[in-house]
Ligand binder design. Structure first.
Ligand code: DAH
Length: 339
């Protein structure tokens, strides 16, 4: 008799069901009015007295196992039914919206791409610099007022450790590690201690260019910049070079391009002049070549530097610099990147 009950226990333990009908059949088989457990209890009076305790306990074990089995099978079934509702594999997927590149990255990539098509390779340098790379190596004499053109964030004084105020510092890094011919484009982030407003920011981006070889002339500079202006602003763009001053170039100039917005007729973007200032440039000062161990009798070079925010402002007609750094998705979403 006991053996028979143990057999039923095993059967109950091993039982599994695919649906509610099978569970119900299982319940009736064991717990129904004419089920196995009722039958076993009705045998109870025929059991010898000394076996009654054992017999009773084993039937109770069987009963408990059956009840537990039914509850757990029902729970499992409910879970899988719920999953089937939330996990419909035949449904089409959610659309994942593509992100957009930041306008500064788009314009920076566009600039480096234009120059790489004529053989300039990209180099980069550190944002935390020393006095030599940002000023002294670029022919800024100590105490010279030209240093005040760029309000500097100092990290340490004597020896000076500072955040670079322009990417011209990377020119020095390139010259100290490479021999001419050098033809490189230097994009990067720069820092100046300025109050943040629509027209000024303490962080912005520049792209610098440097070309050093034998017989490099101002005509080469002008032609390279004309090529750049036409690629960047359109085929019929004109440029003009106005004399200027930078310690690291001689002669120095600032380049304007014809205003793309009004076509040169005059509008509020070009302040009714028809021209937009886009970059600074010049022939590398022989002092800069010499202090970087490049023979200024043999080699000449040109350099230029431009602000990426400014070019992006002109390209997309953005009128507030702060928008670039606030990461407002309503602003950023408007730039479907080409690069
Ligand atoms: N470093 C200058 C600035 O931040 C820009 C510049 C001017 C870079 C003339 C040059 C250059 O390489 O030749 O205002």
């Amino acid at each position: 008799m006991l053996e028979e009950i143990k057999g039923l226990i095993k059967e109950a333990e091993q039982f599994s069901a695919k649906n509610i009908d099978e569970i119900e059949k299982f319940r009736i088989k064991f717990l129904g009015k004419k089920g196995e457990i009722t039958k076993l209890f009705s045998e109870f009076r025929n059991i010898p007295a000394e076996q009654k305790k054992d017999f009773g306990q084993t039937i109770n074990t069987l009963k408990n196992i059956v009840i537990e089995k039914i509850t757990s099978l029902k729970n499992n079934l409910e879970d899988t039914q719920q999953q089937q509702v939330s996990l419909d594999l035949s449904m089409s997927g959610d659309n994942i919206e593509l992100g957009t590149r930041h306008p500064i990255s788009i314009v920076k990539n566009e600039i480096t791409d234009i120059f790489s098509r004529v053989g300039f390779i990209v180099s980069e340098g550190p944002e935390i610099e020393d006095d030599w790379h940002v000023f002294s190596g670029l022919n800024f004499p100590k105490e010279h007022p030209a240093r005040d053109m760029q309000d500097t964030f100092f990290i340490e004084k004597d020896p000076d450790i500072l955040l670079r105020t322009h990417t011209s510092s990377v020119q020095v890094r390139v010259m100290e590690t490479q021999k001419p011919p050098i033809r490189t484009i230097l994009p990067g982030r720069v820092f100046r201690n300025e109050a943040i407003s629509a027209r000024a920011h303490c962080i912005f981006h520049q792209v610098e260019g440097l070309y050093i070889d034998e017989n490099v002339s101002f005509a080469d500079l002008k032609q390279t910049l004309l090529y750049f202006a036409r690629e960047m602003f359109g085929k019929d763009t004109k440029i003009r070079l106005r004399p200027s001053y930078f310690p690291f170039t001689e002669p120095s100039a600032e380049m304007d391009v014809t205003c793309k917005i009004c076509g040169g007729k005059g509008c509020n973007v070009c302040k009714y002049t028809g021209w937009l200032e886009v970059l600074g440039c010049g022939m590398v000062d022989p002092n800069v070549l010499e202090s970087n161990n490049i023979d200024s009798e043999k080699y000449t070079g040109f350099a230029f530097g431009m602000g990426v925010e400014r070019l992006a402002m002109l390209k997309y007609q953005i009128n507030d610099l702060r928008l670039y750094f606030e990461n407002d998705v309503r602003f950023l979403r408007q730039f479907k990147a080409a690069f």
